[in-house]
Design a protein. Structure first.
Lengths: 351, 253
């Protein structure tokens, strides 16, 4: 401890370790619950036996083939979107910024629309070519999202202000949205249906074979984002202060957009556009830790995002529901009140 | 006296368009220099040019004997620090965190604060008189307190030169006096060189060692406040403002 005169108040932080343990414990609990509960309830004590023991049991099949990949996908989505949302909120200094802000998810919607809707129109039915089409949809979403990301990165070097960049992003989203609508108008019924289902988001699209790739990519994106924490902290002071403290604004913005956009593009490609997680989670992290230090906020958002996504996944298939609820309706139902709370809380603090 | 900065035939402005004739001025170590002039006279442009936020139209700025543009941006952060009118607005940003951010150029990859860094942060908070605000949220502070936080941030950055843009702009009178006291303390005790801009004539005349006076399309004039008053330059350059204030006084009687 530095020596101090009596009129200095030493630094206090929230009980970081305690809160972190709480978040991780909640995460573990939710993860196990995700394995237990569903249309078939599996008793907690059977989980271990089903995973490590008796091959061929129904429980083992349900858990290993269905619930485990889904739960892992959910937590990865929670990590990725929350970190991505935090980056956007800090870069644009806007508490209501989220991963879809720059039109990246609209780009992937357009890609998917092209494949599903044109595919059905040309006779390549999505339902009959199920395996090919899941892969095709993922690739199309990927291509659409990265096309927008590259466009944004190219334009960001020409634009002077962050506000213009946001406006450009919103306009790209509008253009992609309207082309998607036109495609929808000309498409056939079954194609439209598949597209609407994709748009509702799902944690069950990532196959067991794809899961390792998905996991590595999400974790890589999150780690890359963490490495930007100094820049993000300095950006909170404002651009001119950040610049004076050694931040190359243009290069840093591009790196932040790249990290955030990569995570968004990746997740949207595999799981569809998932709303509200990326918007709400950073606010919960700031509130719980009473901090805006990104060295703390990035891991905190990742773990809280994991918890919230697992919770949403659980709600989406409460035993009383036959099948899964669309994940987007659940994330919105839980995320929107959080955002409302943020708006009112801000008003209170700023007075 | 050691020279900190000087300009040679410096032309400032935007898009190749100069705002005023060539500027030849210098800053000496430990000086409090006021950049004074009515609003719209090019103060901010000169300020931004000297702090490397924008490029000059022509001429040269020499900082510690080397051209300003020849420094790498990361080198600049240990030569001069800023106190600006724009304020951080993040709700959870703590006083300690803002001041600690000023220490970043001195820290390693993971920005881990060593005991000596923490000591420097606490000392700076005490120097500007806000040691009791360590854990407060920045947005909950008064304008005067926020200004002191930003000065503490500049102090931990540990630069010989500090630029302050309109530091008195939003302050009430007692806060202005405190600000002036802090500036004197930094200059006399810590040998900091301070360039501050202001359109507050009273503050400038009382407390600057040297003044740089600007007005639209007029040459910049450098001198002590006394010299500039005696030469009638203050009257000339501030005429629009003085006229406006007299008008205000007449109407308020």
């Amino acid at each position: 401890m530095p020596t101090q005169s009596p009129n200095i108040e030493p630094r206090q932080t929230a009980p970081i370790l305690l809160i972190s343990i709480g978040i991780v414990a909640v995460g573990l609990l939710l993860f196990v619950m995700n394995l237990c509960f569903g249309s078939v309830s599996i008793p907690m004590k059977e989980i271990g036996a089903a995973v490590f023991g008796g091959e061929g049991s129904t429980y083992r099949a349900i858990i290993l083939d269905y619930r485990l990949p889904q739960a892992i996908t959910a937590l990865l989505v929670g990590i990725g979107l929350s970190v991505s949302g935090l980056l956007m909120q800090t870069l644009f200094r806007n508490p209501l910024a989220d991963p879809s802000l720059l039109g990246i998810s609209s780009g992937s919607s357009l890609g998917v629309a092209l494949v599903i809707l044109l595919g059905t129109a040309t006779g390549l039915s999505v339902n009959t070519l199920s395996l090919w089409s899941t892969f095709g949809v993922t690739v199309a979403a990927f291509v659409g999202a990265f096309a927008v990301l590259l466009l944004i990165l190219a334009l960001s070097s020409r634009l002077r202000s962050m506000v213009s960049l946001v406006l450009v992003g919103i306009m790209i989203a509008y253009i992609a949205g309207s082309v998607t609508d036109i495609l929808k108008f000309f498409s056939q019924k079954e194609g439209l249906h598949s597209f609407v289902i994709w748009g509702m988001g799902s944690f069950s699209n990532v196959s067991k074979a794809q899961l390792p790739f998905f996991a590595i990519a999400v974790v890589a994106g999150a780690v890359a984002s963490f490495l930007l924490f100094k820049t993000l902290n300095l950006l909170l002071l404002g651009e001119r202060y950040a610049e004076n403290l050694g931040v190359n604004i243009r290069r840093s913005s591009m790196l932040i957009i790249l990290a955030s956009g990569f995570l968004t593009a990746l997740i949207t490609a595999f799981c569809g556009p998932i709303a509200f997680l990326g918007l709400a989670v950073p606010h919960i992290a700031r509130f719980l830790f009473k901090s805006s230090d990104h060295k703390l906020l990035i891991p905190a958002s990742a773990f809280i995002g994991m918890d919230l996504a697992l919770f949403c996944n659980l709600i989406a298939r409460l035993p009383s529901f036959e099948g899964n609820l669309p994940i987007n309706s659940v994330t919105a139902l839980i995320g929107a009140p959080i955002v409302l709370w943020v708006i009112f809380h801000r008003q209170k603090v700023l007075k | 006296m050691n020279e900190v900065l000087h300009t040679t035939n410096l032309l400032i402005g935007y898009k190749g368009q100069a705002l005023m004739p060539e500027i030849n001025v210098s800053l000496n170590e430990g000086d409090i220099v006021a950049l004074a002039g009515p609003n719209g006279s090019g103060k901010t442009t000169l300020f931004k040019t000297l702090s490397a936020s924008i490029k000059s139209v022509d001429g040269e700025i020499s900082l510690f004997g080397k051209k300003l543009q020849d420094y790498h941006p990361s080198e600049r952060s240990s030569l001069f620090s800023l106190v600006l009118t724009e304020k951080p607005d993040d709700l959870f940003l703590k006083v300690f965190d803002i001041v600690a951010a000023g220490r970043y150029p001195h820290l390693g990859l993971l920005a881990r604060l060593k005991t000596e860094d923490e000591q420097i942060i606490y000392d700076s908070l005490e120097t500007v008189g806000i040691g009791h605000l360590t854990n407060r949220n920045f947005v909950s502070l008064s304008d005067g307190e926020q200004q002191k936080v930003m000065i503490a941030k500049a102090l931990v950055q540990d630069t010989p030169l500090i630029f302050m843009d309109e530091p008195a702009a939003f302050l009430d009178y007692p806060s202005k006096i405190e600000l002036v006291n802090i500036m004197h303390k930094l200059s006399r005790e810590k040998k900091k060189t301070i360039l501050f801009s202001s359109h507050d004539l009273d503050l400038l005349l009382r407390h600057a060692d040297v003044m740089w006076v600007v007005a639209p399309h007029q040459p910049l004039r450098q001198g002590t406040p006394k010299e500039l008053v005696e030469q009638g330059i203050i009257d000339d350059y501030f005429k629009p403002i003085i006229a406006k204030e007299e008008f205000f006084w007449m109407n308020s009687k």
